[in-house]
Design a protein around this ligand. Structure first.
Ligand code: IMP
Ligand code: MG
Length: 172
């Protein structure tokens, strides 16, 4: 079945904002190696584009957690599916996320990573849906604040589909 959707953030808008974010991070981390930590799978598209635009030395690792089932309603439980490959002790870590919704995923991941003694830790998210926050969660940088609508594209899925859309759309 083909669901209907409407573009919320275009490819051009994403490109422009992600360039600004990369530039700001380069300033903040001048002369340092930045360890990008992506949360699979949603953040992959954003993380690749952000990393390509950054001029700082960048290393990368991934973690996989799940809090959503195959629908649009959160189960409320965060589960660690895949841990990092390398230690983050002493590194300048940026957790890269696609979207902060209830805040459960990021507050769980932040706590998990803080315990591992990085030199510094920041959260950068492409999207933020503040109206849906259930758990308080500190986010250092966000690309776009969006309304409480279920969105897809640019990494975000509906039942695992539409991640490869080059723009962000609202599913009707
Ligand atoms: P949270 O734990 O409720 O903050 O949600 C975290 C995860 O839910 C995100 O990393 C996304 O993978 C997923 N998610 C939240 N809102 C949406 C949405 O509107 N579309 C697709 N996935 C979403
Ligand atoms: Mg995600």
């Amino acid at each position: 079945m083909q669901e209907e959707f409407e573009v919320l953030i275009s490819e051009e808008e994403l490109d422009k904002r992600i360039s600004e974010m990369a530039e700001q991070l380069d300033k903040e981390y001048e002369g340092k190696t930045v360890h990008l930590l992506g949360i699979l799978k949603g953040s992959v598209f954003f993380m690749c584009d952000l990393a390509k635009k950054m001029k700082s030395d960048v290393t990368m690792d991934f973690i996989s957690v799940s809090s959503y089932g195959d629908g649009t309603v959160s189960s409320g439980i965060v589960r660690l599916n895949k841990d990092l490959d390398e230690s983050i002790e002493g590194k300048n870590v940026i957790i890269v996320e696609d979207i902060v919704d209830s805040g459960r995923t990021l507050s769980y991941v932040r706590k998990l990573m803080e315990d591992r003694k990085p030199a510094s830790l920041k959260i950068v998210t492409l999207l933020d849906k503040p109206d849906r926050r259930v758990v308080d969660c500190k986010v250092e940088m966000s690309g776009f604040v969006i309304p409480d609508k279920y969105i897809i594209g640019y990494g975000l899925d509906y039942a695992q589909k539409y991640r490869n859309l080059p723009y962000i759309a609202v599913i009707q």
